[in-house]
Design a protein around this ligand. Structure first.
Ligand code: G6P
Ligand code: ZN
Length: 543
């Protein structure tokens, strides 16, 4: 076996976005594309020599081939060892856990998260640091820089490694350890939650539906929910991971997880429903007849986390992304703990978690997690909900109603306008940004604008500054509009409009969110001139 040094040249556009480099699968399968990016990762982190990494992905199309390439490149770059999930499959939170558990120098995760998979769909690669979290901007920027100047990459010509067999092997002198994808993650969950209380709840007839959306969480959910917690067989649906996710769009929101939504709103709905995404870091939770928005879920989890033994000593603080509603802030204030508002992107939580300032984090984009790993964690959120339900012995609907009665309700919705022409979206945002300075004091839809800005964040731990993270328009009645372009799409631009309106109660706590938000929605359209710029009057995803 020899190490080959292959001449290459820079390929345009290898700039990581909100969460790694995501492209159409054929682009990733193009000549030298994956190799250039992986070599740039190794170069940007000071080389792979002597280092240990974790490798796994969500099992989507090309996951298996890409894993072989990455292993052979790691070997050729002198890495000491790579720990790989069986068949190169690891959920993103499980990969984060393995990095931390084994104290590796980082890990490579192959996933395009909630984007569809398949030969014509999406693929992605991202690097996580030794703390288990996504590489921060300075590191992803260095990777991108490398991709613009790369001249060669190194790869072993060894035969493919058998990743189906658990155990140790070597490739060109590098140790490869193939591990069961679920075992260590499931063990971690047992340290955080009261499995016996949850088991007792299932034994008493509690019914649940978990929709794995033909993606990576199937085996994790089946092992934990059905095998360890005793949920009825068949609780997990779409539980077999498929390279194309069975044609599903594995994004747990009311639009894409419509089968689950229909069941939970139907006559014979189980007590609790949940779904996760392609790589297992997102979650959606639904009670019988009641949808829980991610912002509300974060707030409820923060208010009740102490009921699970992993969090019995209380929380250090709660962090949320800026577009996420302020519901969690109200809980933090009541608990007298820290609250943090970060830009969109889980990587911004890393420093707060590492510094022990935040224990729980969450985003409106269906991400919730804690300091147990450095990624958001779909199944973790589901288990924390189950633990709370087992202790409180109340329905999701009752828990939500009591929460709103205590804290008031932050009516919330996100409206997405997908696949807009990039130049039109950019022009709209530019015009909106240019208008911000003059908005204060203006009245729209009967609401007065209290202020408007473009969110900038100074990390309280390392002082790094991130500018232009989204336009915020605040109203004197506490309502808020946020607008930004997605950093994770692969087709044109996606405009995200985040809408929020606070109702202190006791009246008006059980309205339909779209109806409660109607004036805020109209104001957003008027202020940004969405239809004039994009030709679109209606969103195609509503959360
Ligand atoms: C990924 C990231 C999240 C982010 C979400 C939406 O899931 O990990 O941190 O909130 O994408 O990002 P976007 O830029 O598309 O709004
Ligand atoms: Zn994901």
């Amino acid at each position: 076996m020899t190490v080959l040094t292959i001449a290459t040249q820079p390929i345009a556009g290898q700039k990581p976005g909100t969460s790694g480099l995501r492209k159409k699968t054929p682009v990733f399968m193009g000549a030298h594309y994956l190799e250039n990016f992986v070599q740039s990762i190794f170069d940007a982190i000071g080389g792979a020599a002597g280092k240990t990494f974790v490798l796994g992905g969500d099992g989507r199309y090309f996951n298996d081939r890409a894993a072989q390439t990455i292993l052979k490149m790691a070997a050729a770059n002198g890495a000491a060892k790579v720990i790989v999930g069986q068949n190169a499959v690891l959920s993103t939170p499980a990969a984060s856990h393995l990095i931390r558990l084994n104290k590796t120098d980082g890990g490579i995760i192959m996933s395009a998260s909630h984007n569809p998979g398949g030969p014509e769909e999406d693929f992605g690669v991202k690097f996580n640091m030794a703390n288990g979290g996504p590489a921060p901007e300075a590191v992803t920027e260095a990777m991108f820089q490398r991709t613009t100047e790369i001249t060669e990459y190194r790869i072993s010509d060894a035969a493919d490694i058998d990743l189906g067999r658990i155990g140790a092997t070597t490739v060109d002198g590098m140790a490869v350890e193939v591990v069961d994808s679920v075992t260590d993650y499931a063990a971690l969950m047992e340290t955080l939650f009261d499995f016996s209380a949850i088991r007792a709840m299932f034994a008493c007839g509690f019914r649940m539906r978990f929709d794995a959306m033909c993606a990576v969480t199937g085996p994790y959910a089946t092992e934990i929910l059905e095998n360890r917690l005793g949920a009825a067989k068949g609780t997990v649906t779409h539980g077999t991971p498929l390279p194309d996710f069975g044609g599903m769009h594995p994004d747990p929101n009311p639009t894409w997880a419509h089968e689950l939504m229909a069941e939970m709103m139907g006559a014979d709905a189980p007590d609790f429903g949940a779904a996760s995404d392609g790589d297992g870091d997102r979650n959606m939770v639904v009670g019988r007849g009641v949808y829980v928005s991610p912002s509300d879920s974060l707030a409820v989890l923060a208010a009740n986390a102490h009921l699970a033994h992993g969090y019995a000593r209380g929380l250090a603080g709660v962090a949320r992304s800026m577009p996420t509603s302020a519901a969690a802030d109200l809980v933090a204030d009541a608990l007298g703990i820290g609250k943090y508002e970060t830009p969109t992107g889980w990587k911004f939580f890393g420093n707060l978690l590492d510094a022990g300032r935040a224990t729980l984090c969450g985003e409106e984009s269906f991400g919730t997690g804690s300091d147990h790993v450095r990624e958001k964690d779909g199944l973790w959120a589901v288990l924390l909900w189950l633990n709370i339900l087992a202790v409180r012995q109340q329905s999701v609907a009752t828990i939500m109603a009591e929460h709103f009665a205590r804290f008031g309700r932050n009516y919330y919705s996100r409206h997405d306008f997908e696949a807009i022409a990039t130049d039109k979206a950019d022009a709209m945002m530019a015009e909106l940004r240019a208008s911000l300075a003059g908005l204060k004091g203006q009245s729209v839809e009967g609401m007065e604008i209290a202020g408007a800005d473009d969110f900038a964040y100074t990390d309280p731990v390392d002082g790094s500054v991130s500018q232009k993270q989204g336009v915020r328009i605040l109203f004197t009645d506490g309502s808020r509009i946020v607008m930004r372009l997605s950093g994770t799409g692969t087709e044109g631009a996606t405009l995200r409009v985040y809408l929020e309106r606070y109702a202190p109660g006791p009246e008006g706590l059980d309205r339909d969110p779209q109806e409660a938000l109607a004036p805020v929605i109209r104001a957003a359209h008027a202020l940004a001139k969405i239809a004039a710029h994009t030709g679109r009057t209606e969103p195609n995803v509503v959360t």
